[in-house]
Ligand binder design. Structure first.
Ligand code: AGP
Length: 622
């Protein structure tokens, strides 16, 4: 959701790299988060200049052309995803606050007590122009500044009186060298440059300028100048132990690299991504997860696992259930994170909660993590983004290492999440003695074959691409699967909905006869994910029967099956072959044709594949 950039440095004189340019470059890198308006504020010759426009960054760039000369040293900028008030120029950030408009503020999150604050500030003579909650924060910081004359202290006082979730960045014309920021329940990271410093809602905002970053903790205020970064907490106490780290992501990894879309590129990176998730986990025949610092005795005592996640991450969690219950014999529930805490779940000190999140900032998942910890549960986060809030607030973290995922539709992170779930399941089985070392080694051996098998699926993508192009005008697609094929069907349907805007449903194939089969009419496309014919024969034959059921009612059957599985041939209108692997591990292969199908179909329809309508990459509101 909203992207935030801040800059303090000496670039004033360099053409194309003035503070306003640094801010725009940062916003461009954050575009993937999703937005519907954008704006920037600079201090030019002692005066604050704010430019903002509804729509894409191009509109803002056009508005800035020929203007916004900046001899100053700071900038703040924002891409907004509308919550309070529509996506208009006026509602776009930065918002100016103060009696003379002397301060500019950008905000990510939701200020819950904004209505009362607005009434109070209006009574005190402050004029509001927008419908946003954020403008109240701008006036509030300005009013505090009138009293204390120091921007850091003004921000601290204002932030301490706000309720809800926020990252705030402010510049004031009386403090032309500094940007001051505050955060609560919303992401903020500092980039440490040589004689210049950056702020961002994530490291993508500045990764092309510096790889050194500083984590900003909960309820902290950070003041950034060209050669200084100072952090205090909301009580005013100096923070001296902020965690510094080096960003592993390469700036080039965030470029499209010749593909039509980031989504296409990320799909084609999946072999390497899964290899990176698995890399270096096995040492002397024993699984090692270094980020796992929960005492083994605690892991041995757990009697239930609850996986909390949203969207695609929840589908990865559904795969985890099959693996963990099978290998570890621990009852495992998968819960949409936003439903978790509201149903008063049974969580005890013997519950292990597994939070899965690519971004590590999804508010629904974060709230579930907090609720679980309040009940005494241990929480393990499976995340992609280092330094993000969910792993920081968990007892242990297992990182995916799949690199930056830019497209709103998650693909390589999904595979990384599933691979990380397998690692966690095997680690628990090892720690609790459910599997013998040779069994774990055999499973790891097969898992390590998967990246090559992913590459084989990717190398034969032409068939699915052609299918997608031919089907670009369909209005509805169904997806069926059993066992790990069920979450795969759910994920296939989610991908098609979110980027191609086509009605799609994923079903457990066994559920078909209980209702959904009524949807099947002549020509209805139905993808069916068929499990391996080896190992669990009854599972395989049940799915083959499901193909027959829908075909008998006129469906066009698009079957994803293991190479050599001739049993599907009589009932399939089209077969997409994937290499043979264990039934459990097939979840890493069978979803790939479905990802390619959605990506190619949305591209053929001329849609914005990477930034689908109404969606944001990182959903930082509940
Ligand atoms: C995936 O394609 C979606 N855009 C979305 O469902 C996403 O997986 C969900 O919002 C969770 O995000 P997270 O992994 O960053 O927590």
């Amino acid at each position: 959701m909203c992207g935030i950039v801040g800059y303090a440095g000496p670039r004033a004189q360099a053409p194309s790299s003035r503070p306003v340019d640094v801010a725009l470059q940062g916003l461009a890198r954050l575009e993937y988060r999703g937005y519907d308006s954008a704006g920037v504020a600079v201090i030019d010759d002692g005066s604050l200049r704010v430019t903002k426009r509804a729509g894409k960054l191009a509109n803002l760039r056009e508005a800035l052309e020929g203007g916004a000369e900046t001899t100053g040293q700071v900038s703040i900028a924002h891409t907004r995803w509308a919550t309070h008030g529509g996506p208009t120029d006026v509602n776009a950030h930065p918002h100016q606050g103060g009696r003379q408009g002397e301060i500019a503020v950008v905000h990510n999150g939701i200020i819950e007590n904004f209505a009362g604050l607005r009434a109070e500030l209006e009574a005190d003579g402050f004029s509001f122009l927008s419908e946003t909650d954020s403008e109240a924060a701008a006036h509030l910081v300005a009013r505090e500044m009138e009293g204390v004359g120091d921007l850091t202290e003004a921000m601290r006082r204002a932030a301490a009186s706000l309720e809800g979730a926020f990252t705030l960045l402010a510049v004031h014309q009386d403090a032309p060298d500094t940007v001051v920021a505050a955060r609560r329940n919303s992401p903020l990271v500092v980039g440490l440059g040589e004689g210049e410093n950056f702020l961002g809602s994530d490291v993508a905002a500045f990764v092309d300028s510096t790889k050194e970053a500083l984590e900003i903790g909960q309820d902290q205020v950070v003041t950034v100048a060209a050669d200084e970064v100072r952090i205090i907490d909301f009580d005013g106490t100096e923070v001296t132990d902020a965690k510094r780290y080096t960003i592993e992501w390469d700036a080039a990894a965030a470029q499209k690299g010749g593909y039509d879309s980031f989504m296409a590129k990320e799909i084609h990176e999946q072999a390497g991504a899964v290899a990176d998730t698995l890399l270096g986990r096995l040492e002397n025949g024993s699984l090692k997860l270094d980020e796992m610092d929960i005492d083994p005795s605690v892991l041995r005592s757990i009697d239930k696992i609850v996986v909390v996640a949203c969207g695609t991450a929840a589908n990865a969690g559904a795969v985890a259930k099959y693996a963990i219950e099978h290998w570890c014999r621990i009852p495992t529930e998968v819960e949409l994170a936003h439903e978790f805490r509201y149903r008063d779940p049974v969580v005890t000190e013997k519950t292990l909660v597994v939070a899965i999140s690519q971004s590590g900032e999804t508010m629904d998942t974060l709230m579930a993590v907090r609720h679980a910890r309040e009940q005494g549960a241990k929480v393990i986060a499976l995340c992609n983004t280092r330094g993000s809030t969910i792993p920081r607030e968990s007892d242990a973290a297992l990182y995916l290492h799949v690199g930056p995922e830019i497209a709103v539709a998650s693909t390589k992170a999904y595979l990384g999440q599933i691979a990380a779930c397998y690692l966690l399941g095997l680690f628990l089985a090892q720690t609790r003695g459910n599997l013998y070392p040779d069994e774990i080694a055999a499973l790891m051996g097969d898992l390590e074959q998967i990246p090559d098998q992913i590459q084989q699926v990717l190398d034969s993508s032409a068939q699915v691409e052609k299918l997608a192009q031919d089907m670009k005008d369909v209005s509805s697609v169904l997806f069926l699967g059993r066992h790990v094929g069920y979450p795969t069907a759910m994920e296939g349907a989610l991908k098609l909905k979110e980027i191609a805007y086509i009605h799609a449903e994923g079903f457990a194939a066994g559920e078909l006869k209980h209702g959904p089969i009524a949807l099947v009419e002549e020509g209805q496309p139905v993808f069916v994910i068929v499990p391996s014919p080896n190992g669990r024969h009854s599972l395989h034959s049940k799915v083959v029967s499901n193909i027959q059921e829908v075909r008998a009612r006129g469906a066009r059957t698009l079957v994803i099956a293991e190479e050599g599985d001739e049993a599907v041939l009589p009932y399939a209108d089209e077969v997409i072959w994937v290499p043979a692997t264990r039934t459990l591990f097939a979840a890493l292969l069978t979803v790939i044709p479905l990802q390619i199908f959605s990506c190619e179909l949305a591209t053929a329809k001329g849609l914005d594949v990477d930034q689908p309508r109404n969606l944001a990459k990182s959903v930082t509101v509940e």
